[in-house]
Design a binder for this molecule. Structure first.
Ligand SMILES: O=C[C@H](O)[C@H](O)[C@H](O)COP(=O)(O)O
Length: 229
């Protein structure tokens, strides 16, 4: 059974006529995009804003019409994947390098839906190294400052060279301290000069679509109503 396909396709049920939809990035939301593409072919009228150049390309392939922040100021719903999800619906994202545009789009969405197969669920965030996007200028010093708050950064590489994001930045994959408080760490990292954004998405997700022990899709919902937009 393909867990990613099950949760990915389930998310498409949240997409209704007339909506502006944030289109996430990755191998799970791929199935959401494919399904939305089918729905568009059957007459669904929506417009999407992609979270990465890879997703923009897929949207074209699947026939999903696109718009941009030049034309709209908010989205009805954003659907995206995650690398790790904790019981409070905090996330680590950015394994695919798309975290910056993903966070801008999630923050602009009235409802933020996350698709995560059961391997992504974790009692505590930190098994997946936290991606932190930094500008190339002064990255050596930015890395020192990231280390000074207890994280262990490693430059992400692609074919032996620094990996370059869609925004022409670098990424450090960081081990985070064991006792980290996700929201505090998210905020403190973003105060370091040179850090553009980090992959902690705390107080943002409204719904996680995942699978129960019987491999049936289930929704984990936000309890605290204290999300940050
Ligand atoms: O930058 C990539 C995104 O944050 C993805 O949503 C995340 O890495 C999960 O991707 P996948 O569904 O391929 O595991």
């Amino acid at each position: 059974m393909n867990e990613k396909k099950l949760v990915g396709e389930k998310a498409a049920e949240f997409v209704k006529d007339g909506m502006i939809v944030g289109l996430g990035t990755g191998s799970t939301v791929y199935y959401t995009l494919e399904k939305i593409g089918q729905m568009v072919k059957e007459g669904l009228q929506i417009k999407g804003i992609p979270t990465s150049m890879a997703t923009e390309k897929l949207a074209h392939e699947f026939g999903i019409p696109l718009t941009s922040f030049k034309e709209v100021t908010y989205l009805d719903v954003a659907i995206d994947g995650a690398d790790e999800v904790d019981p409070d619906l905090n996330l680590i994202k950015g394994g695919g390098g798309a975290l910056l545009r993903e966070k801008i789009i999630a923050a602009a969405a009235n409802t933020f839906i996350v698709v995560a197969d059961s391997s992504k669920l974790s009692a505590k965030l930190g098994s997946f190294r936290l991606p932190v996007e930094v500008i190339p200028f002064g990255y050596e010093r930015t890395a020192m400052q990231i280390s000074s708050i207890g994280c262990v950064p490693e430059m992400r590489l692609s074919n032996g060279n620094p990996y370059i994001t869609d925004n022409h930045n670098y990424i450090f994959d960081c081990e985070i301290p064991e006792n980290s408080q996700p929201h505090k760490l998210e905020t403190v990292l973003n105060m370091i000069p040179g850090v553009v954004e980090n992959g902690l998405f705390t107080k943002m997700a409204d719904v996680i679509i995942t699978l129960d022990a019987n491999k049936k899709t289930v929704l984990m919902k936000e309890k605290n109503k204290n999300r940050i937009r």
